[in-house]
Write a protein that binds this ligand. Structure first.
Ligand code: PGA
Length: 250
């Protein structure tokens, strides 16, 4: 049976105590879960959540990291610091980083190569805005984000990368791409990965969908052949909304 990859991006929510309590609740509730599960708390809560997740199958993720290992980068968090805390996964190029903090494909690429070099598995987020979609630019935008984001990545490392397709207009809006629309973009992503790394890598790569994933749409989304998991924002903040997603099978 196919294993899905369900990830929770907690964004800028929860204190250290709230994060630790919630992580404990999730690790209990999700103990029967057969999927791969990751949670990404705020940087401040990573250490506490790492402690709670010891012995749990849930992977610890970070929401971002710097594109440099260390140095004069006020306010940034290094891959070495994440590694030190036991972080296994990092979300890179989230649309909120791209749009609100002006992260470029080049910056995302530097972060991706650095995460790979240090053994932290990246989730590379790609996705178009509504204007780009309506202007017929979906494939060129997503294609560029992919090609630039993966630039310089050796073929031997592509298996460590997860792609998250998150149409910007569907994030936090309650609007979800239809399963058919999402699947079509996922198929396009696979095609680009095939061009870059060959058919075997393209078939194997995990492509998550993100954007208003909820318990009531997860079954239809995951039923699509090219959708291999979900990157969940709002619904990942409570056990009663995230557990049914991670445990979605009927
Ligand atoms: P959402 O966020 O589930 O709240 O739409 C998804 C994301 O930003 O990763």
């Amino acid at each position: 049976m196919k294993q899905f990859y369900m990830a929770g991006n907690w964004k800028m929510h929860k204190t250290v105590a709230e994060s630790a309590t919630f992580a404990k609740e999730l690790s209990d509730k999700l103990s029967p879960c057969k999927e791969k599960v990751m949670i990404a708390p705020a940087f401040t809560a990573l250490a506490a959540v790492a402690e709670v997740l010891k012995g749990s199958k849930i992977l610890l993720g970070a929401q971002n990291m710097a594109g440099e290992e260390q140095g004069a980068h006020t306010g940034e968090v290094s891959v070495l610091m994440l590694k030190d805390l036991g972080v296994k996964v990092v979300i890179l190029g989230h649309s909120e980083r791209r749009h609100s903090y002006l992260e470029t494909d080049k910056m995302v690429n530097a972060k991706l190569l650095l995460s790979i070099r240090h053994g932290i598995d990246p989730i590379l987020c790609v996705g178009e805005t509504l204007e780009e979609r309506e202007a017929g630019r979906l494939e060129s935008v997503v294609g560029t984000q992919l090609r630039s984001g993966l630039a310089g990545l050796a073929a031997a490392e592509i298996a460590k990368v997860t792609i998250a397709y998150e149409p910007v207009w569907a994030i936090g809006t309650g609007k979800t791409a239809t399963p058919e629309d999402a699947d079509a973009v996922h198929a396009y992503i696979r095609k680009v990965v095939a061009e870059l790394y060959g058919e075997v890598a393209a078939k194997a790569i995990c492509i998550q969908y993100g954007g208003s994933v909820k318990a009531d749409n997860v079954v239809a989304l995951m039923a699509k052949p090219n959708i291999d998991g979900a990157l969940v924002g709002g619904a990942s903040l409570k056990a009663e909304t995230f557990a049914p997603i991670a445990l979605f099978r009927p």
